[in-house]
Design a protein around this ligand. Sequence first.
Ligand code: BES
Ligand code: ZN
Ligand code: ZN
Length: 502
Amino acid sequence: MSLTFALAPTDLSALESDALIIGVYSGEDGATLAPNHLSEDTAEGVSELLEILNVTGSADQLVRLPGVEDSDAGILVLIGLGAPGEDDTERADALRYAAGSAVRQLSDLEEVTFDLPVTTARELEAVAFGATLGSFTEEGLKVKSADSLKPGVQTVLIATELESDSAEEALERGLILGEATNGARTLVNVPPSHLYPETFAEVATELVEDLPDVSARVYDYDQLLEGGFGGIAGVGQGSVRKPALVVLEYRPEGAQHHVALVGKGITFDTGGNSLKPAASMTTMKCDMAGAASVLHSVLAIAELGLPVAVTGYLCLAENMPGGYALRPEDVLTMRDGRTVEVLNTDAEGRLVMADGIALASESQPDVIVDIATLTGAAMAALGLRTAALMGDSEIRTRVLDAGEAAGEDYWPLPLKSYLRSSMNTPVADIANMGERYGSAMVAGLFLREFVGKNDQGERIPWAHLDIAGPAFNEKAPYGYTPKEGTGFGTATLVNFVASYAE
Ligand code: BES
Ligand code: ZN
Ligand code: ZN
């Protein structure tokens, strides 16, 4: 069920929700209340409590107090905003995080009111986006303990003086971005016993049914073989769950630009015959997170009605070992006719993505962005909360800006040409492995080989997002980020496409 948002008057007296939530800034001289609409007396009284209660205003700190006279809300909640932001981005980030953290931590309540320092549409969108992200609950497949699941916050009121037209639009955008991200999270969390290429394709087909401007075409295993998709067919051949490729087309009226989005959809990555050790294999249901982000970003783009044509490619396969599976030293012929020697069957992501990127190139889009949980090396380099970004500098800048507006962090890695020769092999055009050091960049260079040329004979502008680190959270939830699938990248892709609407 989706959250309901409403704007609330800044006169708090008529409020009857379960909680009134106000912000607290941290600072060197102690915590201070963020601007709010409490009466002066009440605000003073609460301020005096901060030190005694050890309220620091740090992110994720949430303190429940009895309700105050100023409103009928049952309790007063203090949520940390961290240090006061120095610019628009920092302020939006803090509001998104605090709103999400509060909604997540108040899952025993139904209706809450935020009285946070929201003075612009961007800030309001950040609160709505964060609250939606924080309301995510994983239903899972529990049978016996299902009754104990709390429904969580259902209604969010936001007190603001913003005028209503732009405010309603900001609420709507925040909600759509949040629900798209939550949709990707849900897909990532589905166990591989239940989500495999065929069921993923079914989900995608069903989800686009209600959207008149979006169509879905599914290539099944036979059609992949016929169409020369050696990468996707090859990676998927070892599984009884056969691979698939889903092409989503969003074609709004009046579009001036065409963006192609390609997502890695390995519904489970055992490593194949180059089998992963047991400890590295758990979490590998997340290896379709890129495809989940592409699917849900395309849906959100259509819901927002952005005037940009978008084609999404979901490269779906299950990477299994066994008698039919790829062997190291097999050679595949890819969609663009190039041959690849498979030296390690665990480097399967680049094989399915190469076919997706080659097919995307055939329709001559203005730009191609691919998103994949591609390498452990990207995690080693940048940790668990930052994705690696590679590709053409103009596109990278656009992705960085889109990510910043979404609260998703990217950092560029260079594609040094000296690494290309490490993928040379006597038996094929290229191998799927190269130099061990810098292997996130080796994977990026591999993908770049499959980006086609445009009418002018130039390589189509392209960027590659390696989300292996931030796609999945094995640790405790924080802010608006739950355990397991994070949906990382979905909102970035929506904002990225929106940048072509201007
Ligand atoms: N799916 C993995 C990458 C991954 C690792 C994603 C951890 C999320 C968390 C990918 O298919 C893989 O196994 N990559 C190998 C490539 C190597 C064999 C060249 C890797 O990174 O070790
Ligand atoms: Zn792998
Ligand atoms: Zn993989």
